[in-house]
Design a protein around this ligand. Structure first.
Ligand code: ATP
Ligand code: MG
Length: 608
C-alpha cells in the first residue's frame, strides 16, 4: 500500500512509532511460568508424539548412564580377573547401549522437529486468523513491521523452545540427577570431591543468567526494530526517493541494524564467556577425580575401573549443565517472544460478534444513523450526534472539508468500528445484533485508498465472488468502463498486478475496485472518493455507469469533487463531525451555506 504524501487516513509516519511499538510489546525479560504454560498448550495436540519423544529421551539417557558403568565392569571385573568371555560380553553390551543411545536421540530429534514445524504452522495460522478478526482498528495503532516480526521471528523462537527445549530440559535434568545418583552410589567420597567445584559453578550461572536476561531481551527488541524499519521503508520508498532522503533513512536503518548487532554480540560474548567457565570447571573436576581417585587406587582403597568410570561421569555431568545454560537463553528468548505473541492473540477485536448475533436477513437497504457519536480510541470525538436516514434504493452523498468525518461515517456503516453512542441500523437491525460476516457479504465498499492484491486483474475483481464467470467479470468491467483499459494491458484480464498495484494508475485501480464491489451485487454500496483520481472524461463515464448501477441499491457516495454528487437524492454536508446542512444540490446551493461556499470555491479554482 503506497500512498505518496500520506493518505487522509490519519496514520502517522511509521518510524516515529517504532520505539513506541517495541516498548509497548516488551516483556520484562523474566521467564514467566504463566507464559510458558500457555505456550505449552500449543503442543498439547501432539501429546503422544511428545510421549514417544520422552521415551526415546529416557532410553538415550539411561544408555548413556550405563556406558561408564560397563567400562568399570570391564576393567575391574573382566580385565582384572582375565575373563575373556566376560570382556566380550561387556564390550557387546557397551556397544549395544551406545548404539541404542544414538538411535534414540536421532529418533527424538526427528520427532521434535516434526512437532515443532506443526506447532509453528498452527501458531502462525492462529495469529493470522486473529489479525483478521482484529479488523481495521488494529492497524490504526500498530506498526506493520512489528506485527510481521511477531508473526515470523517470535513464533520461531517459541517453536524452538516448545519442540527442542522442553524435552531436552527434562532429558538434561534427568541426566544430571542420574549422574549424581550413580556417582554417589558408586563412590561417595570421590563424588563429593568431584562436586567441590559446584559452588563456583552456581556462582558463574547466577552471574551469567542475570546478564543474559538483559542481553537477550535487547536482541529480541532490536530485531523487531530492524524488521519494522525495513518494512516501513520499503513501503515508503517512493516518498524516500522523491525527497532524496535515502541518506537519512540509510543512516537510521544502519543505527537500528548496528543496535541489533551490538545486542547480539553482547549476548554472544556472555555465552562465550560462560561456556569456557563451564569447560574449565569440568577440567578441574576431572583433575580432582584423576588425582584423588588415582591416590585412592594406588592405596587400593578404590579400583581403577571406578576412576575411569568417574572420569566419564564427570564429563557427562557438565554436558547437561552446558546445554541447560544454552537452553536458559532459549527460554529467555521464547518467553519474550511468547509474551509478544500472546499479547497479540489477547488483543480483543474492536468489533466482535455478540454471542447471540443473528444472520443479517437479505438487506432491503434502509440505512439509519441514529444520534451517532464516535471516537477512535480515547481521542477526542470524531463524530458528534449524527442523524442520517437513507431509504432503500436512495443515493446519498456525503461532502465536506477534509477531516470532517466522512470516511468515519462510512466505516461505521460498514461496521469496521462500533459506534461510541447511538446506533447504526440497517433495515431496523442494529448492526451490533448481526454477524459481521452476514453484513459484509451484502455490502460493497470502494475504499478511499484503492487497494489491489498482488495477482491478476481478474483475481482482484473476483475477490468477493471467487466463482464468478469470465462473462460476469467482463460485464461488470464494461459497466464501470474499465473493460477498455484492461483490454489494452499486455495480457488483458490476466495482467499481473504488482504489490500495491503500482503498475496501474490510481484511477485505474479505482475502476478495478469499483468493479470488484459491484461484482458481488451488493444491496448497499459505499464509494469513498471513488472518482477523485480519474480524468473528467472517465469521470463522466463512471458517473453514467454509476447512475445505472446505483439504481435499486442504497448508495453512500463520498466525493470531494462536488460535480460528481450533484445527482444524489440527498446530500449531507459534514463539518467537524456534525451534519451541518442537508438537502438536494439545488436546495443546498440556495441555502447559501457551507455547501455553496465549497462549491463556488471549487469551481472558481478548477475553472470547470
Ligand atoms: N483510524 C483513525 N484513528 C484515529 N483517528 C482517526 C482515524 N481515522 C480518522 N481519524 C480522525 O478522524 C477525523 C475524521 O477523519 P475522516 O477520515 O473521517 O475524515 P474525512 O472526512 O473522510 O476526510 P477526507 O475528506 O480527507 O477523507 C480526523 O480528525 C482524523 O484525524
Ligand atoms: Mg475520507
Amino acid at each position: 500500500m503506497i500512498s505518496v504524501g500520506g493518505g487522509a487516513t490519519g496514520q502517522g509516519p511509521g518510524h516515529m512509532l517504532h520505539s513506541f511499538g517495541s516498548k509497548a510489546i516488551d516483556g520484562k525479560g523474566r521467564i514467566s511460568g504463566r507464559v510458558l504454560l500457555r505456550l505449552l498448550r500449543f503442543v498439547k495436540p501432539y501429546w503422544w508424539q511428545m510421549c514417544v519423544a520422552t521415551l526415546t529421551m529416557l532410553v538415550s539417557s539411561g544408555a548413556q548412564l550405563l556406558a561408564p558403568y560397563l567400562t568399570k565392569v570391564a576393567i575391574d571385573e573382566n580385565i582384572a580377573s582375565g575373563d575373556v568371555g566376560g570382556l566380550v560380553a561387556t564390550s557387546l553390551a557397551l556397544a549395544g547401549a551406545l548404539t541404542a543411545a544414538y538411535l534414540a536421540s536421532a529418533a527424538q530429534s526427528y520427532i521434535l522437529s516434526w512437532v515443532g514445524q506443526k506447532v509453528l504452522t498452527t501458531v502462525r495460522a492462529d495469529l493470522f486468523r486473529h489479525l483478521q478478526a482484529l479488523s481495521v482498528a488494529y492497524q490504526d495503532r500498530h506498526i506493520v513491521g512489528v506485527t510481521i516480526s511477531r508473526v515470523i521471528s517470535d513464533v520461531g523462537v517459541i517453536n524452538q523452545l516448545l519442540s527442542e527445549g522442553s524435552i531436552s530440559m527434562i532429558g538434561d535434568s534427568l541426566m544430571l540427577v542420574g549422574t549424581v545418583v550413580v556417582m554417589l552410589t558408586m563412590e561417595p567420597r570421590l563424588a563429593l570431591l568431584a562436586f567441590s567445584v559446584m559452588p563456583l559453578m552456581v556462582l558463574a550461572s547466577a552471574l551469567f543468567s542475570q546478564r543474559a536476561r538483559v542481553a537477550f531481551r535487547e536482541t529480541r527488541e532490536s530485531i523487531g526494530a530492524v524488521i519494522g524499519d525495513l518494512a516501513e521503508d520499503i513501503d515508503g520508498m517512493r516518498v524516500i526517493q522523491a525527497f532524496a532522503q535515502e541518506e537519512t533513512t540509510q543512516g537510521r536503518f544502519e543505527a537500528v541494524n548496528r543496535a541489533n548487532r551490538d545486542a547480539n554480540i553482547r549476548a554472544m560474548s556472555l555465552s562465550f564467556l560462560f561456556l569456557p567457565v563451564v569447560d574449565i570447571l569440568s577440567v578441574a573436576a576431572m583433575c580432582i577425580v584423576l588425582w584423588a581417585g588415582g591416590m585412592m587406587a594406588a592405596r587400593e582403597t578404590l579400583t581403577v575401573g571406578v576412576v575411569v568410570a568417574f572420569l566419564s561421569y564427570v564429563a557427562s555431568f557438565f554436558g547437561p549443565i552446558r546445554d541447560l545454560s544454552q537452553l536458559y537463553t532459549t527460554l529467555q528468548a521464547a518467553t519474550a517472544g511468547g509474551e509478544r505473541v500472546l499479547e497479540l492473540l489477547d488483543t480483543p477485536p474492536a468489533v466482535r460478534d455478540r454471542f447471540d448475533a443473528i444472520e443479517m436477513p437479505p438487506i432491503e437497504g434502509r440505512v439509519e444513523l441514529r444520534d451517532v457519536s464516535f471516537r477512535y480510541d480515547l481521542d477526542k470525538g470524531v463524530l458528534d450526534h449524527i442523524d442520517i436516514t437513507i431509504e432503500a434504493g436512495e443515493t446519498v452523498a456525503l461532502v465536506g472539508p477534509t477531516g470532517a468525518g466522512k470516511t468515519s461515517i462510512a466505516s461505521l456503516v460498514a461496521r469496521f468500528y462500533d459506534v461510541t453512542e447511538g446506533a447504526v441500523m440497517i433495515d431496523g437491525h442494529d448492526l451490533r445484533d448481526v454477524t459481521q460476516e452476514s453484513l459484509h457479504r451484502q455490502m460493497g465498499l470502494v475504499p478511499q485508498d484503492p487497494f489491489l492484491f498482488p495477482g491478476t486483474i481478474a483475481d482482484n475483481i473476483r475477490f468477493g465472488r471467487p466463482d464468478a464467470s469470465q462473462a460476469d467479470l467482463v460485464e461488470v468491467a464494461r459497466l464501470v468502463n474499465a473493460d477498455e483499459f484492461i483490454r489494452n494491458l499486455p495480457e488483458g484480464y490476466e495482467t499481473l498486478i504488482l504489490e500495491g498495484g503500482v503498475n496501474l494508475s490510481v484511477g485505474q485501480r479505482q475502476l478495478v475496485c469499483i468493479a470488484r464491489a459491484l461484482l458481488v451485487d451488493p444491496r448497499i454500496l459505499i464509494l469513498d472518493e471513488a472518482t477523485s483520481s480519474v480524468d473528467t472524461v472517465t469521470e463522466t463515464l463512471i458517473q453514467d455507469a454509476l447512475e445505472r448501477l446505483l439504481e435499486g441499491r442504497t448508495a453512500i457516495v463520498i466525493a470531494h469533487r462536488l460535480s460528481t454528487v450533484r445527482n444524489a437524492d440527498r446530500l449531507y454536508v459534514i463539518d467537524g463531525g456534525r451534519v451541518v446542512e442537508e438537502g438536494s444540490h439545488e436546495e443546498l446551493l440556495e441555502l447559501g451555506g457551507l455547501y455553496r461556499d465549497l462549491y463556488e470555491r471549487q469551481f472558481s479554482v478548477s475553472g470547470e
